[in-house]
Write a new protein. Structure first.
Length: 226
């Protein structure tokens, strides 16, 4: 059962720079490119409230630039796509943004004991090998603690297929952990810190690697692919 009850908005996503109280990246490093795949049907949701808490913590550890993909706002050319080879260029560009991330945050509310269908459809179109060895943080929200099972029984096996480096500590928050869409539970905040601390060196190494292949900033997300 989903806890995302806020009304849907425009869904326009933009790149956001966050990091270490405004401190620029160290010499020889760049900001970590974090791409969020948001499986919630609502622009403002508990799922994205949980992601915001993750990004806030990560931003105190190293400079980051974020890019959010709202799968429910990608439009009919996305929902009607059945094969990567035949998809529209606009859809392919969105998929490549996820494939080019330094860190992928896969976040979704629990629907009927699993992730939403459009969230799965997005990853059905991702190249089979594009996420191999890529760090992936799993995050989910649900009505009660028992919904946390979705992370280990549905979401982690999905990224296991892609041979991704799923971060060992997954993040779950239930409806009682929030005031509106703001995460308040200190236990969940502590779990976020634990998850990111465990892979801090790995993420720092990713930021020390080469930049995005074309050397360009990530384009703002498309609100709707008509």
């Amino acid at each position: 059962m989903s806890t995302d009850t806020a009304p849907a908005g425009t869904g326009l996503s933009t790149d956001t720079d966050r990091g270490m109280a405004g401190t620029p990246p160290a010499l020889g490093r760049r900001a970590l490119r974090v791409v969020i795949v948001n499986g919630s049907p609502n622009e403002k949701s508990k799922t994205m409230g949980l992601v915001d808490a993750v990004l806030s913590t990560l931003g105190t550890m190293q400079p980051i630039v974020t890019d959010r993909i709202d799968v429910y706002r990608l439009g009919p050319v996305f929902t009607g796509a059945t094969d990567r080879e035949d998809i529209a260029p606009e859809v392919d560009a969105v998929l490549r943004r996820a494939e080019g991330a330094d860190l992928l945050i896969a976040a979704a509310p629990v629907f009927r004991g699993s992730y939403p269908g459009l969230f799965k459809h997005f990853f059905d179109l991702i190249d089979q090998y594009a996420l191999a060895n890529k760090p992936v943080l799993l995050a989910a929200t649900g009505g009660g603690e028992h919904h946390a099972l979705m992370l280990e029984h549905a979401m982690r096996p999905l990224f296991g297929f892609f041979q991704a480096l799923t971060i060992p500590v997954a993040i779950f928050a239930s409806s009682g952990d929030f005031d509106g869409t703001t995460l308040l539970n200190p236990r969940v905040h502590g779990r976020i810190e634990m998850a990111l601390t465990d892979v801090a060196d790995l993420l720092a190494d990713r930021a020390a690697g080469p930049a995005v292949p074309d050397g360009k900033a990530v384009e703002p997300a498309v609100a709707r692919l008509a």
